[in-house]
Ligand binder design. Structure first.
Ligand code: COI
Length: 361
C-alpha cells in the first residue's frame, strides 16, 4: 500500500484577512469553510494515490456515482486548538484515524493508513492555520475527514474507486445555547441502529436514520433525541450525534459499547479525565426506567452529552411519552462543568497533557 505525500497546490485567491475574520466571529458549527481541502484517491490495483491539497471547492460527480445511490460513505470529526504559545495542536487524531479504519472495514471500503490520515489533517491545518481561532476562548478548527465511493454505476457492490477528503471549519458551540442545558426527547419506538448493523461505524446513513426522530424531538420542543436499544427498547444507547454520561455523585457512568453505539473519542477521553479528577468512571448498561427512577429519587445527580462537536453539554430536561423530569434542577451540574473544564484545559494546552493526547504541528 502506498502512502501518498500530499502535493500542495495552494489557492491563488484565498479569502482576505477581513473576510476570514468576519466568518470567524461567532462561527457556530459547520457554516464556514477554510480556503483549502485535501483530496486523495484510491483505485483498485493501485491503492492510495494523488494526494493533493487544493483550493476548497465543489466536487464534480457523475449522477451515477455509487455513493449517491448506496451511501458507501464514512466520516470523522476532530478539532485543532490554538495553544498558549500560538502553535496549533490536534486532539487525539490517531484515535479518529483508527476509528476511520474500523468504519471503512464495516462499509467494505479501503483502509487509509493512520500516517496518511495524520498527514492529510496536518497539511490542511498548516496551510489554513490562520483559520484556527485565537487561544483563550472555546472555539477551535473542526476537521471533517470523509471518504466516498466514486465508482460510476448502479451495481450494488463495494466500489473499485474512492475519494478521501479533509475539509475544515472554524467552530464555536454546537448548540446555540453553548453550555446551557439541552432538553432530550426519548424515542421509544424508533431506533438508531440494530445489533449486527453499522451503529458503531461513523457513516452518514446512521445520521440520516436519526433525522426523523430528531424532527419528532424538535416537535416536542426538545433539542436532541435519545435512542434505546433495538431489541428490548430498554437500554439507553446514545443521542442522535453524541454519547451520554450519567453522574451519580462522584461516579460517572456511560452506556457500555453494545455494537450499536458509536465509540466516541470524547466518551473515551472522559473515562480517563474523570479518574484524573478523583472520580470513579465506569461503563455499564443503564435502562430508561432506572434513569427515570434515579433522577426522581435524586441519586442520579447530573446527565450530560459528549462528542467532538458538542464537547460536554449538560442535559437539563428529559421527556418521554409517559413522563417528564429535570436533571440538576435544569442547571449545568458541578461535575459536568468540572469535567468540561478539565478536558478543554488539556485541549487548549493550559494544563499538563499527561495522557499524550495533543498532536502538535
Ligand atoms: C462530532 O461530534 O464530530 C460528530 O460527528 C457529531 C455530529 C456533528 C455529526
Amino acid at each position: 500500500m502506498t502512502t501518498p505525500t500530499i502535493e500542495l497546490k495552494p489557492s491563488s485567491t484565498p479569502l482576505s484577512d477581513a473576510e476570514r475574520a468576519a466568518r470567524m466571529v461567532n462561527p457556530g458549527f459547520g457554516r464556514h469553510f477554510t480556503d483549502h481541502m485535501v483530496t486523495i484517491r484510491w483505485t483498485e490495483g493501485r491503492g492510495w494515490h494523488d494526494g493533493q491539497l487544493v483550493p476548497y471547492g465543489p466536487l464534480s460527480l457523475d449522477p451515477a456515482t455509487n455513493v449517491l445511490h448506496y451511501a458507501q460513505e464514512i466520516f470523522e470529526g476532530l478539532k485543532a486548538y490554538r495553544q498558549p504559545d500560538d502553535t496549533v495542536a490536534i486532539f487525539r487524531p490517531d484515535q479518529n484515524a483508527l476509528r476511520f479504519q474500523r468504519s471503512a472495514r464495516r462499509l467494505a471500503m479501503p483502509e487509509l493508513p493512520v500516517e496518511t490520515f495524520l498527514e492529510a489533517c496536518d497539511a490542511l491545518v498548516q496551510q489554513d492555520r490562520a483559520w484556527v481561532p485565537a487561544h483563550g476562548g472555546e472555539e477551535s478548527l473542526y476537521l471533517r475527514p470523509f471518504m466516498i465511493a466514486t465508482e460510476v454505476g448502479l451495481g450494488v457492490k463495494p466500489a473499485n474507486e474512492y475519494l478521501f477528503l479533509v475539509i475544515a471549519s472554524p467552530a464555536g458551540a454546537y448548540f446555540p445555547g453553548g453550555v446551557k442545558p439541552v432538553s432530550i426527547w426519548l424515542s421509544e419506538d424508533r431506533v438508531r441502529a440494530v445489533p449486527g448493523g453499522m451503529g458503531d461505524a461513523k457513516t452518514g446513513g446512521n445520521y440520516a436514520a436519526s433525522l426523523l426522530a430528531q424532527a419528532e424531538a424538535a416537535a416536542k420542543g426538545c433539542d436532541q433525541v435519545c435512542y434505546l436499544d433495538a431489541v428490548e427498547h430498554k437500554w439507553v444507547e446514545e443521542l442522535g450525534g453524541m454519547n451520554l454520561y450519567f453522574v451519580y455523585g462522584d461516579k460517572i457512568v456511560t452506556p457500555t459499547l453494545s455494537g450499536s453505539i458509536l465509540e466516541g473519542v470524547t466518551r473515551d477521553s472522559l473515562l480517563a479525565v474523570a479518574r484524573d479528577l478523583g472520580l470513579e468512571s465506569v461503563e455499564a448498561r443503564v435502562s430508561i426506567d432506572q434513569w427515570q427512577r434515579d433522577a426522581e429519587d435524586g441519586s442520579l445527580t447530573e446527565v450530560f452529552a459528549c462528542g467532538t462537536a458538542a464537547v460536554i453539554t449538560p442535559v437539563g430536561t428529559v421527556k418521554r411519552s409517559s413522563a417528564e423530569w429535570k436533571q440538576s434542577g435544569g442547571e449545568p451540574g458541578e461535575v459536568t462543568l468540572r469535567l468540561r473544564r478539565a478536558l478543554l484545559d488539556i485541549q487548549r494546552g493550559v494544563t499538563e497533557d499527561r495522557h499524550g493526547w495533543m498532536h502538535s504541528l
